[in-house]
Ligand binder design. Structure first.
Ligand code: ATP
Ligand code: ATP
Ligand code: MG
Ligand code: MG
Lengths: 253, 253
């Protein structure tokens, strides 16, 4: 059975893309066949694996025109157990193009059906908003993984996200569940990080992952070298913490 | 003459809100009457000044129903030269409610006319997207200030933003200009930060502000205490750098 996990939080810059890339790569290293779908028009995840300035066929073409097959937009990566469906900035136009279409929120779910049997895990990176693209991901997913930056603004935004999840669960996808809350950009030297972690534990209890992702310059640098943390700095804290996260995800599924 | 500046970058978490709050407060400290408009449904800027969980009248009410006056949503702050128009999560619904309305992109510009004479500067915080809300801000503004985080993903996203600015300039607001590019979350100890700054200088030349905003835990903590950096940690690097920015903005106008 294929597991589909969305990496979602409408707050910007909390580590969604960094988590999507390194969780997908970590699972691939454990010999689990993984597909990473980039559903963010900023295409940060795609940028890490491909040269997106060259016109490549991408998820926008597939979601806009149902005649285009999902298999025609799957790209291979340096790992033979990791595949990518890239995004492009034109994806930002999808929302206005699908206004009024009754199946607008189900497009991704329908398209994933075409290819899902070929993968053990599908990881979906989402944009910093609760619009059509993110709702498509939630409708198509079994689980949602919520990265929360160890900061004040990031903590405040979680109510709106939980409300959206409840709506999607009630209206379109009753089997959607939160697989966990992941604290990111954690700095164990500051009381702010420790306070935020404590508050997350109070609010979410055992939903909070044991794994914490620390602030690390290696994680910030790796996308510029078009690599995951595992190939860029295999002995860094980032590589260890994301591998621990991959193993914790497998236990929770 | 009132100057209107949008703080915009569709990349998430680059310091838009932190810059909007502290630039507005810095200008207010220089005895310049300033209005901060929060156009982000996440309402991070509003959260810093008000208890937004209480129902307060906000920018959504005004943009949706033109009979509601802008003056009825202006709130005072601890500073007698700084005022705020807050946001709420319901603002995220505005885009779908205004579909098809020919004046959808001009609503903010029209509403600002009602109150603009009362202020020297109006600062607008925008969400991490290039949708209706951000375009409303760009149509209403004289200038756009672009915070760019010292990171790989943040640098890559600037082409899309420049394209959107050109479109707004050509179609709706010919007087819109970039007042400057502000490097944020700068860490002078790392080569990544220095490389990004060099690349920004290569691409944008003198548009890049002399002021750099360094990574600082004080800047991260201040919103949790409902304060700007100037009252929370007046002697910190964040307070000095944002005051330097406020003075540089005044020189460029
Ligand atoms: N653990 C970490 N340590 C240091 N830097 C990090 C870490 N995680 C992410 N970053 C950096 O923080 C920035 C934001 O991360 P990322 O782009 O993954 O967030 P995001 O939630 O996907 O952003 P957006 O909302 O724009 O999609 C990036 O520059 C990234 O390199
Ligand atoms: N110079 C700085 N030093 C340390 N932390 C900072 C700095 N500037 C911003 N931050 C922190 O980084 C996070 C992102 O900043 P902020 O929320 O201002 O970005 P944003 O661009 O407004 O995000 P969004 O895209 O979600 O609107 C916040 O937690 C903030 O406290
Ligand atoms: Mg991202
Ligand atoms: Mg913000």
């Amino acid at each position: 059975k294929t597991r589909i996990i969305s990496i979602t939080n409408q707050k910007g810059g909390v580590g969604k893309t960094t988590t999507a890339i390194n969780l997908a790569y970590g699972l691939a290293l454990l010999n689990i066949t993984t597909l990473l779908i980039d559903l963010d028009p900023q295409a940060n995840a795609s940028l890490t694996f491909l040269d997106i300035h060259r016109e490549v066929c991408n998820i926008y073409d597939v979601l806009l025109d149902s005649k285009i097959q999902m298999k025609d937009v799957i790209h291979s990566t340096a790992s033979d157990t990791l595949f990518l469906i890239p995004s492009r900035i034109s994806l930002a136009k999808l929302e206005s193009k699908l206004i009024g279409e009754i199946d607008a929120y189900y497009r991704l779910k329908e398209k994933i059906k075409e290819i899902k049997d070929g993968y053990d895990y599908i990881i979906i990176d989402t944009p910093p908003a609760l619009g059509l693209l993110t709702v498509n991901a939630l409708v198509a997913s079994d689980y949602i993984l919520i990265p929360v930056q160890a900061s004040y603004f990031a903590l405040e935004g979680t109510d709106d996200l939980l409300e959206t999840i409840e709506k999607v669960k009630a209206l379109a996808n009753p089997s959607l569940n939160i697989i966990g809350i992941l604290i990111t950009l954690f700095d164990k030297r500051t009381t702010l990080s420790k306070d935020i972690y404590k508050q997350l534990k109070n609010v979410f209890g055992s939903l909070v992952f044991q794994s914490k992702i620390s602030k690390s310059i290696r994680l910030e640098e790796s996308p510029a070298y078009k690599e995951s943390i595992f190939t860029f700095a295999p002995k860094s804290s980032g590589a260890e913490e994301y591998m621990q996260l991959a193993k914790e995800v497998l236990k929770r599924v």
